[in-house]
Design a protein around this ligand. Sequence first.
Ligand code: NDP
Length: 405
Amino acid sequence: MGRALIIGAGGVAGVAIHKCCQNSEVFNEICIASRTKSKCDAIKEQCERRYGTQEGSTKITTAQVNADNVPELVELINSYKPDVVLNLALPYQDLTIMDACLETKTHYVDTANYEPEDTAKFEYSWQWAYREKFEKAGITALLGSGFDPGVTGVFSAYAMKHQFDEINYIDILDCNGGDHGYPFATNFNPEINIREVSANGSYWEDGHWVETKPMEIKRVYNFDQVGEKDMYLLHHEELESLGININGIKRIRFFMTFGQSYLTHLKCLEDVGMTSIEPIEFEGKQIVPLQFLKAVLPDPASLGPRTVGKTNIGCIFQGKKDGKYKKYYLYNVCDHQECYKEVGSQAISYTTGVPAMIGAMMVMTGRWNTPGVHNIEEFDPDPFMEALNKWGLPWKEDFDPVLVD
Ligand code: NDP
């Protein structure tokens, strides 16, 4: 069917690449390009060992690229000529990669909204500003094709299409019941993760944002196949687009579970200034404390073999169907060790890498092809929901869920 250029060779990219290789009928060829080429080569070797190099397998090539540099990206895209670019580097690279896609008229898919490196600010404004340019160039940008954002948006579009006439309340619940045995480690890029959880919380209500202090709102929820967990209200980027794209919304909140050990360590690290993104002078060099902290923490990619337990992520919807009140819960349960056996990663990378592959497939096969810049809930959810079941993230429905107060 076609070829994809995958930028980044971290935890999420590793899973997405495995999934592309499993889906070689669609992904005939992929190029893995990242800052450190040896990491791309390692994933290539692992996948070739697992899926073979015979006729019909995905043909993998690798390249070195600095994704902060538009001319370098343009050169790579022009020489490889992919049908789609799947951006699995860091949110800091979104705009340079979008610029390169515009210049080469290539479709674009990512899993996280752009963030400037020097301010922890989570909003779509920068990427939405590219709408007209993408429309004029006749190319599609699909934003946020991970799990949250990503599957949560697809779940919302599916609920809207099949279950409700209007959705008034959405609670997104992201539960990680996994245990990696370390007192403190993050399940994906520590810098991005800590920036997200140490920022103020917020939720969308009656057309405006309500801001909270970090971890100010706590609830306890009993998750299917995981059990009871403490969860905390966070700001999360999909609240912004869902607030606009889902009919009748009165309130959307996002909750994520954290264990006590994680929170105690985080508090301590914050108190001593280790989570700061303000550069400081250290032995004659400028360093960013959070980047230094990242260097001493376990690499999320190394957590795979030691993480046991399950994730449970989904959305509880409340709204109206045929004039009557209705509630509905859509969620996925994913087992860390099963993921490790299948692709050598824990479930956090898995639950992001699978939808990243599916999003790239939707765009590449033309099933989702609307020139412009679009959030995932703007597309027909049905083929994506089908693909989730097929590619390792089956979903469950509950028509009488316990609500979050
Ligand atoms: P990692 O840190 O494991 O991987 C990031 C990769 O990007 C690394 O290979 C890194 O290279 C590469 N990279 C960084 N900067 C550059 C650059 N300037 N040029 C080229 N390559 C670069 O992160 P994850 O895999 O955990 O996360 C990837 C993305 O997925 C992030 O944007 C994250 O926010 C997002 N995400 C989304 C989720 C969702 O549900 N929507 C959930 C989890 C993550 P190097 O190896 O040299 O460092």
